[in-house]
Design a protein around this ligand. Structure first.
Ligand SMILES: N[C@@H](CC(=O)O)C(=O)NCC(=O)O
Length: 623
């Protein structure tokens, strides 16, 4: 049985249906907006690449810092349900602000197709992004934990499946939106003049966020809503502070040692709270090496996409843009999660191996490191085949009797006048006054040509013989399909590391600190992103393949440390520990009533021994 008033369907509370649909729509909204964000900065707000990239990464980092705020609000004040509702409203308002900020007609008073007051659009979009970061980050730790809350104590298997389905929904939403919003952006729209339709590309995610909110509200009557339990973060900080102070005050040898430094808070704080803090600290300590995984993982949106720009995206009937390669990740997630859950993990279990969550996470890290070794190998191949500059333009300028123009074939989504975006035959019209002629040629992906137009050119219907094309930069010869192995390994790593870690964080958290631990988990993503910026800035390695190898080596080193830490970790059942503590405290209360006048110091000592025993009993399972 689930915990709420929800019906149970096939062993699952019906209420989780609303939660996974909500997650699908929310992730559609988030990834859809994010997919076109850099292009919006560059082509609508007219920012240069560096500014666009920095603001983009700052936004992403903010999205992973705000979960802490959401978790505090949920656990100590509003509860998860109300926090999700209120912050979803903030989120939807942010998305609408983004969509409005992208309507060029609002400030285009001279109707020339460009906004007249860029400040208006910049301010509105920055406000929108801030609200989105607050909303998406704020609800993130709450939704997963709220979903987990819907399961009863004996529904561990169902709860694990829920976390897998939850992850599938994230990637279903991400996959669809990453395909759809770039198509919407490429449309032209406007009232007075037609421009690229960023407002539609942001408007659809805004609509999906409203749908997410409505779906979540519809399920309202069925949810189990755990009550917030006071300002838990403040209590935790005060309790830790007191334990440290008390330990320092009693540092002389005459005071007997205590089992755990947190036990020095026993004079003032509830033993249950101390036990809960111990559980959280144990998990947070394990989190220390985790950001390194995200450092590698999140580079698929930056370094790997840049790598793809130097590769050949011609898949026959389909020409793939470099940024579209990122959709390989959600496609593989949708394939791998069911395969892992229904085939690989049960097979490993059948072989008698205890593939514990922390072991899975360790393997996940190693797979991510392998992905980066693959990326390095691909990079070496790209470097070997690197387009040699056949000659330079100044050399051509010294030629006689030609005019020339230069053409670059890029794998990018937007163009200037001399950039062609596919490998098809392109046709150019050469004009002089009313006379014209046509010239056609085939191009390779990523190549650059200089065209010499003979001064003896005679205009007619065809000027094929009067133009000589010289290849400056050879077409990209390394195919983008070669990135698939690195995507495969990083995604398999993600399934083992991230899906498992999400569930692990939930299962090891005390009942009143579940969202706090989810936020701690997400905080590792933010730190991972900062590490990318720091390493890229500090290391300044000239060879890209060497940078990939550096990141892979760093992750292997961190993985060794993590596996040692994981070896010493003991899995706990927070519900059982809490129940035992509550029972013991009740018994002691009864005891106190029947034996008044007992020395308080003795009481503290005895309670402490009992509670240690309970804690030790419950944490016997070595992982
Ligand atoms: N695989 C990613 C989604 C993507 O990059 O398209 C994922 O599952 N991320 C977790 C999340 O919560 O968004």
């Amino acid at each position: 049985m689930g915990k709420g008033k929800s019906k149970v369907v096939c062993g699952y509370p019906l209420s989780i249906f609303f939660i996974v649909v909500n997650e699908f729509c929310e992730r559609f909204s988030y990834y859809g907006m994010r997919a076109v964000l850099v292009l919006y900065f560059k082509y609508f707000l007219r920012w240069d690449d560096d500014l666009a990239t920095s603001i983009y990464h700052t936004f992403v980092a903010l999205c992973y810092l705000t979960p802490i705020l959401g978790a505090i609000v949920a656990d100590s004040w509003l509860g998860k349900f109300k926090t999700i509702i209120y912050l979803s409203i903030v989120y939807a308002v942010g998305q609408v602000a983004m969509a409005v900020s992208a309507i060029h007609d609002i400030t285009d008073s001279d109707r020339d197709g460009t906004p007249d007051s860029m400040t208006f659009h910049i301010v509105l979009s920055m406000v929108g992004l801030f609200l989105i970061a607050l909303g998406t980050g704020g609800i993130k730790p709450c939704v997963a934990a709220f979903g987990g809350d819907q399961f009863g104590e004996h529904q561990d298997r169902q709860r694990r499946t829920f976390f897998s389905v939850f992850y599938l929904c994230i990637n279903g939403g991400s996959l669809l939106s990453t395909i759809i919003t770039p198509v919407l952006r490429a449309q032209e729209c406007g009232i007075y003049s037609k421009q690229k339709c960023y407002s539609l590309a942001f408007g659809v995610p805004a609509a999906l966020m409203v749908v997410a909110l409505v779906v979540f509200i519809i399920g309202s009557g069925m949810y189990y809503k755990a009550e917030p339990q006071g300002n838990i973060m403040l209590d935790v900080c005060k309790c830790i502070g007191f334990a440290i102070k008390n330990r320092y005050r009693h540092r002389s040898k005459q005071y007997p040692k205590r089992q755990h430094w947190m036990d020095w808070a026993e004079e003032k704080y509830d033993k249950l709270l101390i036990a809960q803090i111990k559980m959280v600290l144990k998990v947070l300590f394990l989190y220390i090496p985790l950001p390194m995984f995200w450092t590698l993982f999140d580079q698929k949106g930056s370094r790997w996409t840049l790598q793809a720009t130097t590769m050949d995206g011609n898949f026959g009937a389909l020409v793939i843009q470099p940024d579209q390669m990122q959709t390989v990740n959600p496609i593989l997630i949708l394939t791998l999660v069911p395969i892992m859950d229904s085939l690989i993990y049960p097979l490993i279990k059948k072989c008698g191996l205890n593939f514990t969550p922390l072991k899975r996470m360790t393997v996940g890290m190693l797979l991510a490191a392998i992905a980066f070794v693959c990326a390095a190998l691909v990079q070496i191949q790209i470097d070997v085949s690197t387009k040699q500059l056949l000659h330079s333009s100044p050399y051509i300028l010294s030629g006689q009797g030609f005019i020339y123009f230069k053409l670059t074939i890029k794998g990018k989504a937007n163009s200037d006048s001399t950039t062609v975006h596919n490998t098809d035959k392109a046709t150019f019209t050469l004009r002089s006054g009313s006379q014209s002629c046509e010239y056609s040629t085939n191009f390779g992906f990523g190549s650059s040509y200089t065209f010499f137009i003979h001064s003896t050119l005679v205009f007619g219907s065809n000027c094929q013989d009067s133009v000589t094309a010289v290849e400056d930069i050879k077409p990209n010869s390394v195919h983008m399909a070669l990135q698939i192995p690195q995507y495969f390994f990083i995604t398999a790593g993600e399934v083992m590391f991230s899906v498992t870690g999400l569930e692990f964080s939930y299962s090891q958290a005390p009942s009143n600190m579940k969202a706090v631990l989810q936020a701690g988990w997400l905080f590792t993503v933010a730190i991972g992103n900062f590490i990318v910026l720091i390493v890229a800035e500090l290391a300044k390695i000239p060879k890209q393949w060497a940078e990939y190898v550096l990141f892979a080596s760093l992750l292997v080193a961190v993985c060794v440390i993590f596996s040692i830490m994981a070896y010493f970790y003991t899995y706990i059942d927070p519900t059982e520990i809490e129940a035992q503590f509550k029972k013991k405290i009740n018994e002691d209360d009864e005891d106190d009533k029947s034996k008044p006048g007992k020395a308080e110091v003795e009481m503290v000592k005895r309670d402490s021994i009992k509670c240690h025993d309970e804690y030790d009993k419950a944490t016997q399972t070595k992982m």
